[in-house]
Design a protein around this ligand. Structure first.
Ligand code: G6P
Length: 465
């Protein structure tokens, strides 16, 4: 175990993330959110008698302790104004676009920053109040970058880790933030900083050096104000075994066949599954598909596209604009190429449950994952894991973390319209003798890098095991 004097047990694990791993039911009770991250972390929290700190997703909520799956969830309530300024404002209108290559203009408002500081301080106080002596505290994502520093001021006995689920930008972009030094200082309060890709870790080290004079004393080890901070890459994954299990069930096979027949038994089903986010490149992908139909390189009688767009951050203007644009493109393409009863793009602006998503993945012959920038992109991994039949083609943007690991996908630059179109045609026409070895190689690699491996590798460093 770690180095708490006289204690030989593993450190209790306390998680803090913007969101709690539960959703409110219609009867007012709570149910655990689906998702590999939650499943990967809950057992360690349970066994170590730790806790989870986060927001319920509600405006003007009250502080409460929710008992779920044998662990205590401590809510951090946010006022309606804080949801506007901390969550929709600083987190999702300032940091999110900037950290994704500034593909949308960020807003820089001091009232948003002030709310971000206040909420981060409240998270730190809450964690400080409940963390057992010598606990390991694992903080998640860009919402909580100041918590490491605030927590360190209050509790020097705990080990503090932070993992960034999204990209960490190069200094040229990062330094646009008026409060850039405060953010780096906040992060340097941690013992371990984790990033999806090594370039994110390098970007952070460069920012810490340039802005605060932190020095890299060894590979992935930064020295700042008398302390060493480990900075490294920990690419996240999914629960591969669980996906495979669900994908190989009879009900999934039947549903998958039913989906294909409902779509009119096309030769090729192309599939996109994304949160409706401007980082995901949904519009460019739809336009490429439309152009291929216009040019007769794809045929509406043989090729259909299913696009699932999950509603997200609907209060933020960039998201409202993006939705309008996508729905207009879908309308235009269907207007030109649909036949009565047979749209060529089947577009759902809905959140699908996993037992509907997995059959869709299986039905998808060609998966289009074309973000302009993405920290990892777990949809790409889910598609591969769901293809227990060993078939299917993945078209994957070079600008995703997943591209580091899934090199047998058809990698594409989504800004290159012509290449994107050609790659979609290549995917549609690929012979099974080429499809299967590519899929097999990706499936083999995925099996050795699950979300459990990811959590363990980070926790080993955090817990000093
Ligand atoms: C990304 C972020 C997560 C976030 C998720 C959904 O994956 O990295 O932290 O929870 O998007 O976004 P939301 O704003 O609904 O929490």
């Amino acid at each position: 175990m770690g180095n708490v004097e006289g204690v030989t047990e593993p450190r209790p694990l306390v998680i803090a993330a913007n969101r709690l791993p539960v959703m409110r039911n219609s009867d007012g009770g709570w149910s655990t959110s689906p998702g590999g991250l939650v499943r990967a972390l809950l057992p360690t929290v349970q066994e170590s008698k730790g806790a989870w700190v986060g927001w319920t997703g509600e405006r003007d909520g009250v502080a409460e302790v929710i008992e779920s799956e044998g662990i205590e969830l401590h809510s951090v309530p946010l006022s309606s104004n804080e949801v506007d300024r901390y969550y929709e404002g600083f987190a999702n209108d300032t940091l999110w676009p900037l950290y994704h290559d500034a593909i949308r203009e960020s807003g820089y408002h001091s009232a948003d920053w002030d709310a971000y500081v206040d909420v981060n301080q409240r998270f730190a106080v809450q964690v400080a109040n409940i963390a057992p002596p010598g606990a390991a505290v694992w903080l998640h994502d860009y919402h909580l970058q100041l918590v490491p520093g605030f927590l360190r001021e209050q509790r020097n006995d705990v080990r503090i880790g932070w993992f960034n689920h999204i990209p960490f930008p190069p200094l040229e972009l990062f330094q646009r933030i008026p409060w850039r030094s405060e953010i780096v200082k906040g992060l340097l309060g941690a013992d371990v900083l984790g990033f999806q890709r090594s370039r994110g870790a390098r970007n952070f080290i460069a920012a810490a050096h340039q802005l605060l004079g932190a020095t890299e004393i060894d590979d992935d080890l930064v020295h700042y104000q008398g302390r060493n901070i480990s900075v490294g890459a920990y690419p996240i994954s999914i629960d591969v075994a669980d996906f495979e299990l669900q994908a190989s069930g009879r009900a999934t096979r039947q549903r998958s066949a039913q989906i294909r027949s409902r779509l009119g038994d096309p030769e090729v089903i192309l599939l996109g599954v994304d949160r409706l986010d401007y980082t995901k490149g949904i519009g460019g992908r739809l336009r490429a598909f439309g152009q291929l139909l216009d040019d007769g390189r794809l045929d509406p009688e043989r090729h259909v596209l299913v696009q699932i767009a999950t509603p997200t951050r609907e209060g933020v203007e960039h998201y409202q604009d993006e939705r309008r644009e996508i729905e207009q493109i879908v309308g235009e393409i269907n207007g030109r190429h649909a036949r009565l009863g047979f749209p060529v793009i089947h577009y759902l602006y809905q959140t699908l449950p996993l037992d509907e998503l997995i059959p869709l993945y299986r039905a998808g012959d060609v998966m289009l994952v074309t973000p302009l920038r993405d920290g990892m992109n777990l949809v790409a991994k889910e598609y591969v894991a769901a293809h227990v039949d060993g078939d299917g083609v993945l078209v994957l943007s070079e600008f995703t973390g997943a591209a580091d690991e899934l090199g047998e996908a058809l990698l594409v630059n989504p800004h290159d319209e012509q290449r994107l179109q050609d790659t979609i045609v290549q995917a549609v026409e690929m012979h099974r003798h080429e499809r299967r070895p590519r899929m097999e190689a990706m499936r083999d690699r995925l099996a050795t890098a699950t979300v459990g491996d990811w959590a363990k590798s980070f926790l080993d460093v955090l817990m000093e095991r």
